[in-house]
Design a protein around this ligand. Structure first.
Ligand code: TEU
Ligand code: CA
Length: 561
């Protein structure tokens, strides 16, 4: 299990996983109570989204104190117990490391805003505002925040502004300052010494900002400064230093980098072993499908995409990372994305079928597979009205779409309802009891009413359930080296609906054939017809291999030579 390439990672977003004390909020004891369930899936690693003290403006990604547990989630004793019980079951814990920013309640920031001469001023990115002809004080440049609006907040005690690339209370740290880096390394040491396996690193490719903070894009309208913050050479240097000073001092620290819009080249440069930076990284191209060119998304087009586009993206990344010597963390769901059956599959009649073939895809690609709470039972998006929205991004973007982009309210609402991160954050559906068995109290967020038929208890009883399909897939994945590290070889490349590929290493070969569309399709497998493939797993009936296979909507098949 030691090798990071062989791990199966289960992501938990604690607030919505399981409430143990009836206050309506998921917590650490809730997770500890469900370890057997996670174990039964075959996962050996848990990634916990942030559990530190927070003001919840971005639900834990705005951290007040990296050494304290969010009291809503429990105590440090609860954490130690979770860690201990996990270890007993052979499960390791990966923590979220949010190192690009702290919250504005963090002691460093509280000190920094006291005055311009504060020794902590240089921990953050403060800059003199600009005056217009009327003498009004404006932000230093046109940088747009990832969640809409200016990325600058006015310092109440001076003419300066401070940078917040996400919510207005997430203050970007100044990584040029050695003391900031040391401060982050100390946090890492604290948690590693406790015995955690490693870190998922939040927007780790934006820690360095272009010197002088030049205007973004054409420099006029608010614009997201991709070119000045994403994967600058300095970011690579900082991660390298982190590796040298911390990661290399421990044995086998698990590291997965999250970065917005990481390019193929960058992902390889962060994750090639000889670079001594990170073990793996996520790519987001698949999740940006249907969003058009970067920063130019036309909401009116409504996220339209074709199976061929999805297929081409997957092939490009699979081949590009293999050739480039890096390593991917593969995922179709996380706490920032709509539910995968709703986004990439079908959450109506073909929910079960598409949930299974998407799982087949994620667990047979080259890279380390991650799954997100609820996807293993085929949880779907939820109908959420304005009063149900909890995410800052949803609430703020709703305003931005209307005020800045001049979208009529009903259309703006539709855009949010389609893509809000809140879809991923409705409580985990454990049973068909009240509140899906998530809490005995009042849930902090709406429970999807489809918990009456989509829930863990039902899945456990059902034959051919999505849940049992996940278990089988994970078992197959673990039993075979080739599915982890073998080569990815695409087959039938021009097929518009079907993604087919071999995974190959030495004598071992698997063939995966997946209809990504909701209609009938046909795979042309002439190129590999010399092999004698035997069916292993199928989302419909398992049928023999033939050079030409007719596939049902979202049908997926796994064959082995
Ligand atoms: O997300 C970074 C990121 O790129 C997101 O802004 C993403 O583009 C967006 O969520 C898509 O809707 C990380 C965390 O995963 C996210 O939860 C945090 O809000 C964000 O960083 C700030 O810490
Ligand atoms: Ca609770």
């Amino acid at each position: 299990m030691g090798n990071f390439k062989h791990r199966i990672v289960y992501q938990i977003w604690p607030r919505s996983f399981k409430d143990s004390n009836g206050d309506g909020i998921g917590d650490l004891q809730g997770i500890t109570g469900k370890l057997d369930y996670i174990k039964s899936l075959g996962a050996d690693t848990i990634w916990l989204s942030p559990i530190y003290a927070t003001g919840n403006k971005d639900y834990g990604y705005d951290i007040d104190d990296y050494y304290k547990i969010n009291p809503e989630f429990g105590s440090m004793e609860d954490f130690d117990e979770l860690l201990h019980q996990s270890k007993n079951l052979g499960i390791d814990i990966v923590m979220d490391l949010v190192a690009n920013h702290t919250s504005d309640q963090h002691p460093w920031f509280q000190e920094a805003v006291k005055s311009k001469d504060s020794p902590y001023r240089n921990y953050y990115i403060f800059k003199q505002g600009k005056r217009n002809k009327k003498g009004e004080l404006l932000p230093p440049n046109n940088w747009l925040s990832a969640f809409g609006g200016s990325a600058w907040q006015k310092d109440p005690n001076s003419d300066e502004f401070y940078l917040t690339l996400f919510t207005p209370n997430q203050c970007d740290l100044n990584w040029e300052n050695e003391k900031v880096r040391e401060g982050i390394y100390e946090i890492m040491r604290f948690w590693l010494d406790k015995g955690i396996l490693g870190f998922r690193m939040d927007v780790i490719n934006t820690i360095a900002k272009k010197e002088g903070l030049p205007p973004a894009g054409k420099g006029k309208k608010l614009d997201f400064p991709f070119e000045h913050i994403v994967s600058l050479p300095k970011s690579h240097e900082y991660v390298k230093e982190m590796h040298e000073k911390i990661l290399s001092q421990y044995e086998d620290v698990f590291t997965v980098g999250e970065g917005m819009v990481t390019s193929l080249e960058d992902l390889n440069a962060y994750t090639r072993p000889e670079e001594k930076k990170l073990q793996m990284m996520f790519q987001f191209d698949v999740h940006l499908i249907g969003c058009g060119p970067l920063g130019k998304f036309d909401f009116r087009k409504g996220y339209r995409w074709t199976p061929k586009e999805l297929k081409d993206l997957i092939i490009r990344w699979q081949i590009g990372v293999e050739k480039g010597g890096g390593w991917l963390g593969n995922f179709l769901s996380n706490h920032d994305q709509p539910r995968q059956v709703s986004r990439f599959g079908h959450d109506g009649a073909f929910r079960r079928k598409s949930a299974k073939s998407l799982a087949m895809l994620n667990f047979t690609l080259r890279g380390t597979p991650f799954l997100y709470q609820g996807e293993e039972i085929g949880m779907t998006n939820c109908h959420l009205e304005e009063e149900d929205w909890r995410d800052f991004e949803a609430i703020n973007d709703f305003k931005v779409l209307q005020e800045m982009m001049h979208l009529p309210k009903p259309l703006a609402r539709k855009v949010i309802q389609k893509m809000t991160r809140d879809h991923a954050r409705t409580p985990m559906q454990w049973s068909d009891e009240k509140n899906a068995g998530f809490t005995t109290g009042t849930p902090w967020m709406k429970v999807n009413p489809n918990c009456s038929y989509i829930n863990v208890e039902k899945e456990l009883k059902r034959e051919n359930s999505i849940l049992s399909f996940y278990k089988k897939l994970i078992e197959i994945r673990k039993s075979s080296e080739v599915l982890s590290t073998g080569s990815f070889v695409p087959v039938d490349i021009d097929n518009k609906k079907v993604l087919s590929y071999l995974r190959q290493q030495g004598e071992e070969t698997y063939l995966i054939v997946i209809n990504l569309s909701g209609s009938l399709a046909e795979a042309n497998l002439m190129d590999v017809s010399a092999y004698n493939f035997k069916p292993v797993l199928c989302t419909y009936d398992t049928l023999p291999f033939m050079p030409s296979i007719k596939l049902q909507p979202y049908e997926g098949r796994l064959y082995k030579v």
